[in-house]
Design a protein around this ligand. Structure first.
Ligand code: PLP
Length: 377
């Protein structure tokens, strides 16, 4: 992590998101190599970059498809012609289901959905009944410890849902899907590896039970960036869905899972005022978000690390108001007009708050749209 060379982006209005293109490409290639070596498909979550160009780069590198969180987000990538999208979010909206089924049909997209309740499955059955397109793939979401969505692995409802999905000619039964987001609260890489192995055992054990009950279970899909990076074994899994790896941030760094040289996203800011304690930058909560790391983990201090040219150690953004960031100056003399490069805690909400980012390559900046920014519906 370091400051941006002073000659880069001199005319750029700040705050501006900077994506180091070489680092991003290396992250994409490294994750694809990991998936290939493990014998699993890679289906990156697009919520991190929300960008069609980046999604195409992931697909060109070998990704089997994409993962999205919300209908509006998925629609951007389906409309752009990306051929396979999993919407890893329980859909309980008639309109949402109709929109996504119609869009997937129009674009001949291989759409995959999740359910974790009878209500969700019944609604999906009703919406696909009047729909003549290709049957959507359907996974049952399993709760592997985050306690957000999903059925606990021992829940008998899983077999009921699985039989109903597999028995429906309008649905394409795919299998089991999980996200061990509790990993963000792990203390270190070793604990992250244990969480990944627990998730793998949970899903493959459940798949074995369903198979003993006569069910075919074609797929077991897992994924978060920390669990995938920490995991020692992938046997029995068919797919991983990391998202954050494309940019990385202070969270995988804190867990010791990556080197600082793998962080691709930063925010270029300008010091707009100084006082004896703080340098005030032009990026506040509306740029950096107030995220301390996914799922409100508390292992990270402040709201970002700020690098000033000619200063070796980073300064911490300790407070935010909406449009101002408070950088604890620690006796370092900064001046209005200085540019600080801030590495945020959590890349995903930062990108969502922006409308564009700038690819940095060979000292030059090129603007790219955050195509699905703000698509939370
Ligand atoms: N899959 C699901 C269902 C998720 O919710 C997320 C992240 O929130 C991911 C995959 C990707 O995880 P990460 O951001 O750690 O790469």
């Amino acid at each position: 992590l370091h400051a941006l060379p002073p000659e880069v982006g001199t005319g750029l209005e700040t705050p501006a998101l900077i994506v180091d293109r070489r680092i991003m490409q290396a992250n994409i290639d490294r994750m694809q190599a990991l998936a290939d070596a493990a014998g699993v498909a890679l289906r990156p979550h697009v919520k991190t970059h929300k960008s069609i160009v980046v999604a195409r780069q992931q697909t060109a590198a070998g990704a089997a498809g994409l993962t999205a969180a919300k209908v509006g987000e998925a629609l951007v990538f389906i409309a752009a012609g990306l051929p396979s999208v999993t919407l890893a979010y329980p859909l309980l909206s008639t309109t949402g289901l109709d929109r996504i089924l119609a869009a997937a049909d129009r674009q001949a997209c291989d759409l995959r959905l999740i359910v974790d309740s009878l209500e969700g499955l019944s609604l999906l059955e009703r919406r696909v009944a009047g729909f003549s397109g290709r049957p959507p793939g359907v996974f049952i979401k399993i709760d592997v410890g985050l306690h957000r969505c999903g059925r606990p692995p021992e829940d008998p409802l899983i077999l009921t849902l699985a039989r109903r999905i597999a028995g429906s000619p309008r649905l394409d039964w795919r299998g089991l899907l999980s996200h061990a987001g509790q990993v963000y609260a792990a203390a270190d890489a070793q604990e992250a590896a244990c969480i990944a192995e627990d998730e793998r055992r949970c899903l493959t054990g459940l798949a074995a039970r369903l198979r003993r009950a006569g069910m075919d279970v074609p797929e077991c899909s897992v994924g978060s960036t920390p669990t995938v990076l920490a995991a020692a074994r992938f046997e029995g899994l068919t797919e991983i869905r990391p998202g954050n790896y494309v940019f990385m941030d202070r969270t995988p760094l804190r867990l010791g899972l990556i080197a600082p040289s793998q962080v691709a996203l930063s925010v270029l800011t300008t010091v707009v005022s100084v006082n004896p304690r703080y340098a005030i930058i032009d990026a506040g909560s509306k740029t950096l978000s107030t995220d301390r790391g996914a799922h409100g983990t508390s292992g990270i201090s402040g709201y970002g690390l700020a690098y000033a040219p000619h200063v070796r150690d980073p300064l911490v953004v300790t407070k935010l108001s909406e449009e101002h960031g408070f950088v604890e100056a620690n006796g370092i003399r900064l001046q209005p007009g200085d540019r600080l490069r801030v590495y945020p805690n959590h890349a995903c909400p930062v990108v969502n708050l922006a409308r564009a980012f700038y690819f940095l390559e060979d000292g030059r900046l090129t603007a790219a749209a955050v195509d699905a920014a703000g698509r939370v519906r």
